[in-house]
Design a protein around this ligand. Structure first.
Ligand code: NAD
Length: 351
């Protein structure tokens, strides 16, 4: 046996209904006295609840998906002007992403309170967009010091967004089984994450106002993100990363749509990963298990429903190809990629 696994330094608190006390405790640990709270306008009330009584010097709500560079720069100036000494972000991956962009240049510690299943809070990956080009990188300074998961904050996440975001989390599990840094430890985390998400997402879809499904979904999303952080991006993430940045497609929905195609493409040449997923899903085959889950969830099906045009497929293939990991279980040709994108564009069966 020969592998390297890096465990990241982060405290994680699960406290349903207790985010305010958990965040206060984490802020005490980082000894902060001048907080900047980052939350998009729709999550402002949740953020207010979670940070009431804390020494907040500024609340910042200019949050845009994929973190455009000019938005990041404005937020960094606000942090500097108000002499902030820690960041609390309350929201989805876009909000966490903005907090990371501030931490990247200031070194400020982050306490993250996620309200979707995106998982950014558990990775040292930052992302910034300049025009139609999204750049990502890894920097330990952007990894939140603490994460507080409070499922009660997610009860208002609409079912459609919950489903798409939950499948985004599942994509972290699947892709980390064959990403360049895949190893037995993150495979174990990914399999447990996939099991939890497979059970939780139908619960969330059928009972969105009940805590148990939401708690399991957050638990699965955290495991998924830890596995992804250790394994890095595989084919699935490379495809979605280019599509999201170049065509401004919604992140979670893009992952939800592309995942079954990448799984079907790779599964025949990744039998161990496919077996693990099938066991996690409790189904005879991983692609069939994912398909049946997606049907139960009425998951998003076609990229064309989210603004991706068929005429863009050749350009998208050229943009993705240089990023395809050499270690992908199934070798990827331009024709394969075009077929995959066409099927995802249309929402049709694979081959
Ligand atoms: P998002 O943060 O844009 O949120 C989607 C929508 O859900 C928004 O309209 C938001 O207002 C709403 N919302 C969030 N929480 C809510 C709640 N509790 N109740 C009601 N509405 C709520 O989307 P996302 O999918 O969470 O994150 C996407 C972004 O995260 C992308 O930019 C992606 O690149 C990034 N991301 C980064 C990493 C990483 O490791 N760096 C990992 C995953 C995602």
């Amino acid at each position: 046996m020969r592998f390297v696994h890096e465990s990241l330094p982060q405290r994680v608190c699960f406290d349903s209904g207790g985010a305010a006390r958990a965040v206060a405790a984490e802020i005490e640990l980082v000894k902060a006295e001048r907080l900047m709270v980052v939350a998009a306008t729709p999550e402002a009330d949740l953020a207010e609840r979670v940070t009431a009584g804390l020494p907040v010097v500024v609340r910042h709500d200019e949050v845009v998906m994929h973190v455009p560079i000019e938005i990041a720069e404005r937020a960094r100036k606000v942090a500097a002007n108000r002499a902030v000494d820690a960041l609390v972000c309350v929201g989805g991956g876009s909000t966490t992403g903005l907090a990371k962009a501030i931490a990247m240049t200031t070194g400020l510690p982050i306490v993250a309170v996620p309200t979707t299943y995106a998982g950014s809070e558990a990775t040292p990956v930052w992302g910034l967009t300049d025009g139609d080009r999204k750049t990502t990188g890894v920097d330990p300074v952007v990894l939140p010091r603490s994460v507080v998961y409070d499922a009660s904050l997610t009860l208002g996440l609409p079912v459609e967004m919950s489903v798409a975001s939950g499948l985004n989390a599942l994509a972290h599990c699947v892709d980390s089984l064959w990403a360049p840094g895949a190893n037995p430890l993150n495979a174990a985390l990914a399999a447990e994450g996939a099991r939890a998400l497979h059970g939780a997402l139908p619960e969330v879809a059928n009972h969105p106002k009940d805590l148990p499904g939401r708690e399991q979904a957050l638990y699965g999303a955290y495991l998924a993100a830890v596995a992804f952080a250790a394994a890095g991006s595989g084919l699935h993430h490379k495809i979605c990363h280019v599509l999201g940045g170049k065509y401004n497609l919604p992140h979670a929905q893009t992952h939800a749509i592309v995942l079954p195609y990448v799984l079907a493409f790779n599964a025949p040449n990744a039998p161990e990963a496919a077996d693990r997923l099938a066991r996690a899903f409790g189904t005879p085959s991983a692609p069939a298990g994912l398909e049946s889950l997606r049907a139960r969830l009425d998951a998003p099906r076609a990229l064309r429903d989210f603004g991706f045009a068929e005429s863009e497929i050749p350009a998208a293939v050229s943009a993705i190809l240089p990023f395809v990991p050499a270690s992908n279980p199934t070798p990827v040709t331009p024709d394969d990629l075009a077929l995959l994108l066409r099927a995802a564009w249309e929402g049709s069966d694979w081959r």
